[in-house]
Design a protein around this ligand. Structure first.
Ligand code: HEM
Length: 465
């Protein structure tokens, strides 16, 4: 049945979508009596993600799995409750709030680079030695976790610097994003799960308790501040409290979910982008020159990353090839239609950013190649990222999905990735030694299986940001 979710996640679906003649829908027989529709073209995706978005919800097994890993966040809400909560939360994601995050992201990136330098003190020349190879993924995770802490709670978890316990707890949760956990959590009877928890269940449960305890202390302090009529910071937590629509428990759950949704996804793309930069020395040199020019141009710091088109293109390309959520599933909660074809209630729908992002129909025969140039129009105009080309269809790039359930953190993630990558390429020369592309694992979020190891050597002259 779960052949469709064989690792790397999305790959078998991509093979079928390219090899089975179809008009945007492929009927998959998963097991006896169990079937699903795989969406393969922009029209079918638009019907499910936009036109009839609320006819389709996450199925019970996925919601149970997500709940077990991340708690009762927005992503498991349904129907009217989802519409209402999303509307209440969205002001926390507005542009002004992102601008306010800019100095925090810059200082996190700065700290990250300092810590990386301190960890590899032997790197003084540009000569690469095997001991200079660093698994970049945990570093990116800690930077992204600290930024998520600021954005959601205005709290510095300092996981880059010292507080590994909070990071380690999240790492346990991330490791539980496997197909076997999905099957166990999604399909086993509640009583059996309660009476016979696996050792991984126990680890995830105690990591969850640690994370919730930490977050609940911050929530309680903020509720006290609110009662005292103190001025609250403009973060996601304050947004929830001031609407008066979220209970203390809901604030905790949404905050925990928000952190989980924000950091590992961003860290994965950051790691892949650095891997591709390391693999392409010429691209790396051009990128470094673009970053240097960008910082010499005196663009206001909150817009600086937007003036760097090649950097933006590299991130878009890494996120196209390696979407951290490669597959998501929906179930028709009422009779509906896709491309004017009747879809009965209960039908399972598979949406795969991996399939859309790598489709040769949508991206051409070189769809599976890393080619940031495909995002560059060649029209260099004044203004931020003006020469970034949109894909042939919005549904050709689904890394953040589209529609009322798309990722609200997209702009934050893009800004964060631009700043962190610029900080790294200005200080280090990156080198790749892995012959084959790192393998991925995981269902909830796909991560590099054995990390992403790149060589870091200090450049002779730093560019000062
Ligand atoms: C590169 C980084 C990121 C990627 C690729 C990403 C991708 C996604 C995707 C694909 C979904 C939809 C999942 C589904 O419905 O099956 C989603 C939902 C969500 N993401 Fe992100 N995300 C990223 C970063 C962030 C950040 C930084 C935040 C918050 C600060 C965030 C907050 C959320 C929330 C709250 C939802 C639930 C939305 C809803 O159900 O209405 N994400 N994300």
């Amino acid at each position: 049945m779960f052949q469709s979710f064989r690792e790397p996640i999305g790959e078998p679906l991509l093979e079928w979508s390219q090899s089975i003649p179809n008009d945007g829908l492929i009927h998959l027989h998963l097991s006896v009596g169990s079937h699903a529709l795989l969406l393969t073209d922009p029209e079918s995706l638009a019907d499910v993600l936009i036109h009839h978005a609320y006819d389709y919800e996450k199925p019970g097994f996925l919601r149970r799995h997500l709940r077990h890993a991340l708690g009762e966040g927005l992503v498991v809400e349904r129907g009217e409750a989802h519409k209402k909560k999303r509307k209440l939360l969205m002001p926390a994601f507005q542009q002004q709030r992102l601008y306010n995050m800019n100095p925090i992201i810059l200082s996190t990136a700065d700290l990250l680079v300092k810590q990386l330098r301190a960890t590899i003190p032997s790197i003084v020349s540009s000569e690469l030695h095997s001991k200079n190879m660093v698994d970049i993924k945990p570093w990116m995770s800690r930077a992204a976790l600290d930024i998520a802490g600021h954005f959601i709670l205005s709290h510095d978890f300092r996981t880059i610097y010292e507080n590994r316990a909070f990071y380690n707890a999240w790492h346990v949760i991330e490791k539980g994003s496997t197909l076997s956990q999905l099957i166990w959590q999604g399909f086993s009877p509640e009583l059996i799960k309660r009476l016979c928890p696996t050792s991984q269940d126990k680890q995830i449960a105690s990591a969850g308790i640690y994370i919730r305890d930490t977050v609940s202390r911050i929530v309680d302090e903020r509720l006290e501040q609110y009662k005292r009529l103190d001025k609250l910071p403009g973060d996601v937590l304050s947004q929830m409290i001031t609407t008066g629509e979220f209970t203390r428990e809901e604030c905790i759950e949404q905050a925990v979910f928000g952190i989980g949704a924000a950091f590992d996804t961003t860290a994965n793309i950051l790691s892949w982008a650095l891997y591709h930069i390391a693999k392409h020395p010429q691209l790396q040199a051009t990128l470094r020159a673009e970053v240097k020019r960008g910082y010499e141009m005196n663009v206001p710091s909150e817009d600086i990353h937007r003036s760097m088109s090649l950097l933006t293109a590299v991130i878009l390309e890494a996120s196209r090839l390696h979407p951290p959520i490669p597959v998501t599933v929906r179930k028709a909660v009422r009779d509906s239609s896709i491309k004017n074809q009747f879809v009965p209630a209960g039908t399972c729908i598979i949406i795969s950013p991996y399939v859309a992002n790598r489709s040769s129909k949508l991206w051409g025969i070189e769809a599976e190649q890393f080619s940031p140039e495909r995002w560059l129009s060649g029209r260099i105009r004044d203004g931020p990222s003006d020469n970034i080309e949109s894909p042939s269809s919005p549904y050709a790039y689904l890394t953040f999905l589209h529609g009322p359930r798309s990722c609200p953190g997209r702009s934050l993630a893009m800004m964060e990735m631009c700043i962190i990558i610029s900080s790294i390429v200005t200080v280090f020369k990156l080198t790749a030694q892995q012959e084959n592309e790192p393998e991925t694992r995981g269902f909830l979020s796909a991560s590099p299986k054995d990390g992403i190891h790149i060589g870091l050597s200090k450049l002779n002259e730093d560019i000062h940001i």
